[in-house]
Structure formats: C-alpha cells, structure tokens
Write a protein that binds this ligand. Sequence first.
Ligand SMILES: Nc1nc2c(ncn2[C@@H]2O[C@H](COP(=O)(O)OP(=O)(O)O)[C@@H](O)[C@H]2O)c(=O)[nH]1
Ligand SMILES: [Mg+2]
Length: 406
Amino acid sequence: MYQYFTESGDSFQEAMEKVKVKYGTSAQVLGHRTVTYGGFLGFFQKEGIEVNGCIKHDAGAADRERAKLEEEKRKILALAEAKAQAAQVKAASEEKREDQLKAVLDEMRSLQEKVDKLPEKLPQADAGSRDHPTLLLLEGILEDNEFSPAFIRMILDRLRREITMDGLADTEGTLAKVRVWISESVQLFQEKRAGKPRVFILVGPTGVGKTTTIAKLAAVYGLGFGGQERQKLSLITIDNYRIGAKMQIESYGEIMGIPVTCIESYDALRQRIELDSDKDMVLIDTIGKSPKDFVKLAEMRQLLEGTGRPTEVHLAVSATTKTKDLREIFQQFEPFGYQSVVLTKLDETSVVGNLLSLLWEKQKPVSFLTDGQAVPQDIHRASIDKLLKPLLGFAPGLPLRTGKET
Ligand SMILES: Nc1nc2c(ncn2[C@@H]2O[C@H](COP(=O)(O)OP(=O)(O)O)[C@@H](O)[C@H]2O)c(=O)[nH]1
Ligand SMILES: [Mg+2]
C-alpha cells in the first residue's frame, strides 16, 4: 500500500529535509521539479523545488507491532490483577491501593492510545528503505530503465562504498556520477585492420533486421556513407529459404553496384572467398531459422577461420526483445563466438537498461546501432552518447518515471 506526497522548499535540500521530518527515512522520493509558489496576484512569487514520492505502508510490520502491543497489554493486565490481589491480601490502606490501581490504569490507557493510533503510525523502516534517499531515488530510476537486479546491485554497492553521506546529499552530482559509471560499463567494438578481406558475418534471430543491416553496412563501407573510407565490397547471403530474401539483398547490391552471391554449399563459400581476395571486406548475411541453420553457421565459421581470413561474427539483437528472451538469445548464439553485438530497432523502444545490463553481464562490445527501416541512413557506429540517450531520469528536465505504477 502506497501513500503519495508532495513537499516543496527553496532548494532540493530544504524540500528533502521536510520530507525526512514529516515522513521519516522510509519515504521514497520519485522525482522533483522546479516550481513557483507563494506570492500574491502573481507578485513576490518564489522559485523552489517540489519533491514528490511515496511511502510504502508495510501492513505486515503494522500487524507485528500490534501483536507485540497486545502481548504487552495482556502482561500488564495480568500484572495489574496480581498487584490488586496482593494489595487486598496485604490489606494496605484504601488510598494506597487506589494509587497503585490508578498507576496501572494510566499505563494501560497510554498503551491503549498507542494501539488505537497504530494504523496512522508510520511503519518500521525495513532494511532497504533505511538507505539514503538518493540511493532509493537511484534504485527507482534504474528500475524504471529496466536495468537488471545484478546491475542495480553493482551500482548501489559502488555508491555505498565510494560516496560519502555528504556526497549523496548532492543528488544531481550523484546522478551524474552514476551516468558515468553506466557509460563505463559499456564496451564499444574496436575495428582492427588485420588483413584482407575482412569477413564480417551477421548472425541473429529471424526478423531482427539482419538483411536490412547488411544493406546499410554495404552503403557505409561500399559507398562511404557517413564519412567512412570507401572499400571494395562483396555481399554474400546464405538465406536460400525465401526467394524474397535473395531478391531483397540482390536489389540493394544492384542499386549500390556491389556484387551479391547467394551461396548454398561450403564449396561455393570457399570459392567465393577465394574470388574475393581482391576485396577489402566481405559482408555475410545469414539466416537462423532452424537447428540445421545453426549447425551450418557454426561449421561455416570454422571453415572461414580455416581460410586464414580475419573473421568477425556480430550478433544482431532487437532492442525490443524482452529481457528473458535476450538472455536466451545471447546464450543460444554463444557457440558462434560472436565478438560483438549490433543493436537494432532502437527507434521502437524507450528503455535500454535491459540491453546495457546484459552487455555488461556478458562483457560484449557493441559495434553498430540501427534506429529505423531506412537504408542507409538509419545506422550508426555505436557510441556512448547514442546508447545512453534514451536513459530516463538522469538529466534535469527529463521525466523521472516512465509512468509505470508499481
Ligand atoms: N523500426 C525498425 N525496423 C527495422 C530496423 N531494421 C530492420 N527493420 C525492419 O524489420 C523487418 C525485418 O528485417 P530483415 O532485415 O528482413 O530481418 P532479418 O530476418 O533479420 O534479415 C523489416 O520490416 C525491416 O524493415 C530498425 O532499425 N528499426
Ligand atoms: Mg534476412
């Protein structure tokens, strides 16, 4: 059960102080914004900061406290009775007995008041919410961005270890620091110049945009799109399932003036690579539809390594994939020894924490990002700025929550 609150002050610190005094340390701050308040008819208004958040009422803790008080009450009643009996036995003066009873009754009354007030009372903070408000704020922001629990733990542990209480009081500064740590967790793929032709194989689940990405890459490397030095290219596809797929890549090749070969056997692949020895780069589009394709892909990679060509395997994953499926895909394609990841369809999602968490967990660099269907403009070399741009809540003025309620 949550109770929501809004508090304002001249500064963020002042508003936070009010929150702490009013709601205690179990209050979780969800966001803040600049507001104008006070004044009369628009004059003498002040600019301040409004903080909003919620308090989680732990029903269990309230029940436990109530049970404890009931037990105490029972004990006191028993004690009162025993005292009353003892007083009678001793036949002490009437006055003294009354005094004793009065004291016991007062004690019981105050206890009863405590019990009555219980539902309005703030619950005991649990271990997590005893944390500094900035840590709670950050935890919420990271969760909103769908970072994995392991990633969030890594960031919070580092904050507890490296940032002092004074440091945490500077919320903006702490947010900026965490953004830097997130950026440091990302690895960018470094292209190596390791001989000719460079063999670039794109693997990945069906429908993530591999063929489209190969066409975009053909424009980048083959036509020098985006400032890249122009290279002599050859395109290969092993997608023989669909006539459409073959035509799709062939028509791109034709438009760009880049030769396209559709291979069906290892011999054909070996021959093609031999023939392409004058090329700077060979781009290979693949298909991963059935287990048979996977066997074929793994064997193809071995075969290519056998030719002594510098072979790079890149895994294409769609940014719209659910975390659980992403994990499975990363695992499933592990046997191909992919060195890098291409993130596709970034235009279709607003959260990237799940992707960033997995890349960090698997220690895989990112080579390219795609953010639309248009060939060739919707492809970009992976950069920290582009990857971190969708992050919510890390810059002033940006929304702090995705609007999702817990
Ligand atoms: N929104 C969006 N769609 C894309 C992107 N890349 C590819 N697509 C679309 O995804 C669909 C499948 O693409 P395709 O290249 O055939 O996928 P493949 O099966 O992996 O080869 C097509 O409709 C593409 O236009 C992207 O970056 N953003
Ligand atoms: Mg395809």
